[in-house]
Design a protein around this ligand. Structure first.
Ligand code: SF4
Ligand code: F3S
Ligand code: FES
Length: 254
């Protein structure tokens, strides 16, 4: 048949503690996990807290963990699970609990504010910017980010290491630093801001050991590690060891 009863375990609680609660919920063909959470609210747990907005994979609000894996609730189809399987939904592990499936993601906003903005070239007016097409296309991938913070949640540097949060900006914001550092018109250096040095010293680039877990969970399929973090590491190493030619010609150049 097209409808069936699924077994769910949902984390319920708040900052003082909580635990998993079992539910049996009806599932219809074509539904996603967020539909089931909404059905739970409508039929059995009216006070269940969940954050969501677009139900289209674009707002980045419905981030949670399903069977321990960071995912968007609205983009995870029920059809990827066995009908007999118990599906466990828990809040993002790396961030403090507000209630039930809702976490406080303000760490990410704090890290966003620590990345200095694009610095416009001093000698060019509006409309005078000229860039190569490849320099326009390269950052388009990074701009697809919906700020779901699944990458921030999964990265082992902070996932179980609260103490690293001070020093480490996380993949999403190191990607932003990389994007600005690759921008041919960014004039940060002329104002004394070396983005490569600050990537290491202020955003914790050295903590990343390129495990690529961030890339694996990104719902926009952004190649965070290969296209942002590794190139930034190479450019930072270039800078650090300049004028020695670091590793000969192995380092990719812009
Ligand atoms: Fe989410 Fe991907 Fe953006 Fe990270 S880079 S916040 S996983 S969309
Ligand atoms: Fe973390 Fe991604 Fe680096 S998961 S260690 S930021 S490659
Ligand atoms: Fe917007 Fe899931 S509700 S991404």
């Amino acid at each position: 048949s097209t409808s069936y009863i699924a077994h769910f375990r949902v984390w319920r609680g708040d900052i003082d503690g909580g635990g998993l609660t079992d539910f049996e919920v009806e599932v219809h063909e074509g539904e996603v996990v967020l539909d089931i959470v909404h059905r739970l609210q409508a039929t059995q747990a009216p006070d269940l807290a969940v954050r969501w907005n677009c139900k289209a994979g674009k707002c980045g609000s419905c981030s949670a963990e399903i069977n321990g894996r960071p995912r968007l609730l609205c983009m995870t189809r029920m059809s990827v699970f066995e009908r007999t399987e118990t599906i466990t939904i828990t809040p993002l592990r790396a961030f403090p609990i507000v209630r039930d499936l809702v976490t406080n993601v303000s760490y990410n906003y704090a890290k966003a504010r620590e990345v200095p903005a694009f610095v416009p070239p001093q000698d060019l007016g509006p409309g005078e910017y000229r860039m190569q097409q490849e320099d326009v296309e390269r950052p388009q991938e990074f701009r697809k980010c919906i700020e779901c913070f699944l990458c921030q949640d999964t990265c082992h540097v902070v996932r179980d290491h609260e103490e690293n949060k001070q020093a480490f900006a996380g993949p999403r914001f190191l990607m932003r630093v990389a994007e600005l550092d690759m921008h041919p018109l960014d004039a940060a250096e002329e104002t004394g801001l070396d983005r490569k040095t600050t990537a290491q010293d202020e955003h914790g680039l050295g903590y990343c050991n390129i495990t690529k877990c961030c890339t694996d969970v990104c719902p926009e399929h952004i190649k965070i590690t290969d296209n942002a973090l590794i190139p930034l590491k190479e450019r930072a190493a270039d800078r650090k060891y300049d004028p020695i030619v670091w590793l000969g010609n192995k380092i990719r150049r812009r």
